[in-house]
Design a protein around this ligand. Structure first.
Ligand code: AMP
Ligand code: MG
Length: 326
């Protein structure tokens, strides 16, 4: 199959909408990472996502919508959903709600809940409006590998397997959405840290939003499926450090969170994640840097943790921890 790259013109968006309506896949830019989209109400089309990504069907998909009415047609809405949508949609926040029967089981892995997000990327939102059906879209990478933040990353691994990619520039945020389970609207739980921090969620809801920690008695897979210990992983082993040892092997890559030391730039195996010392810029660069280093045949990629007082620390350290898991 020939994979075509489409610039975001009106005519191209209409062509891509037709591909989706026909039950085929389109890779799309979002502000978090690039996604692989299919008509969420077409079970056969959604099945193609799992085949292209080699993703197990136990791992449910996030459904993208362009307005609240569309969200309400798919899920039982509640007051907490209204507050969070008002505050953070369109944006990097995914809400878990009780699903309505119209949502196919392939999307939800058979659960009684569905994950919904209104994305902020202008071109993806335009496409959602033109196609006028909800679009299921997980990250556009082979299952378990590093998420793509450019159209080139998508082409590298899915080129030849999908008909189309919409070019939308590098992803603005760079890590996946935060996922909050609000089926019980009085006890929101953060299933995955991401573009919206726990503090911001707690603040608008005026209650604590705790990170979901499975109890021993609980079936974790039934509440947070797909949150695998190992994920976002390069083929090269990754090691996470609070601080680096003095002695650094030249056969290994060393990724500093941030440093003003310009000597580092002259070392072929030293890298910095954040040019300006903020987690926000580290998030933007994280996946592209890991992909790049994975191609350089180092024995190991060592990465310094993001300092915990940074608002992005939870999301980035979560991805790094999973990348480093064996
Ligand atoms: P991604 O692969 O980044 O699109 O993220 C999809 C993830 O969203 C899955 O791996 C799950 O962790 C989460 N998810 C999707 N649907 C549900 C659901 N109904 N309940 C809980 N988590 C979900
Ligand atoms: Mg993914």
């Amino acid at each position: 199959m020939n994979t075509r790259l489409y610039l975001s013109t009106d005519a191209n968006l209409r062509k891509l909408a037709a591909i989706l309506t026909n039950g085929d896949l389109v890779a799309v830019p979002t502000e978090t990472v690039y996604g692989l989209a299919a008509d969420a109400l077409n079970e056969e089309a959604c099945r193609k996502i799992f085949t292209a990504k080699n993703r197990p069907t136990e791992d449910p998909l996030i459904v993208h919508i362009h307005d609240i009415e569309q969200a309400k047609s798919l899920a039982h809405w509640n007051e907490t959903a209204g507050i969070l949508a008002d505050s953070f949609w369109p944006g990097p926040l995914t809400l878990i709600l009780r699903k309505k029967p119209i949502v196919p089981d392939i999307i939800t892995a058979g659960l009684d809940s569905v994950a919904l997000r209104m994305p902020r990327h202008r071109d993806f939102l335009s496409l959602l409006k033109i196609v006028n059906t909800p679009l299921a879209a997980p990250s556009a990478n082979p299952f378990g590998y590093i998420s793509p933040t450019t159209s080139g990353h998508v082409m590298d691994h899915l080129g030849g397997k999908i008909p189309a990619i919409l070019e939308g520039g590098p992803s603005d945020i760079g890590v996946e959405s935060s996922i909050v389970d609000i089926r019980d609207e009085h006890h929101p739980k953060l299933l995955r840290p991401g573009g919206i921090s726990q503090q911001r969620l707690s603040k608008v809801l005026s209650c604590s939003v705790d990170r979901y920690q499975p109890k021993i008695s609980e079936d974790e897979a039934a509440i947070a499926p797909g949150l695998l210990k190992r994920h976002y992983s390069p083929a090269t082993p990754v090691q996470l450090h609070l601080s680096f040892p003095g002695e650094k092997s030249v056969r290994q890559a060393w990724v500093f969170f941030s440093t003003g030391d310009s000597n580092l730039d002259h070392q072929d195996n030293f890298f910095t994640l954040s040019a300006d010392g903020t987690g926000e810029s580290a998030a933007k660069r994280l996946f592209a840097l890991l992909r790049n280093l994975d191609g350089k045949h180092f024995d190991c990629i060592n990465v310094e943790r993001v300092p915990i007082d940074d608002p992005w620390a939870e999301a980035i350290n979560d991805r790094l921890q999973r990348a480093a898991a064996r």
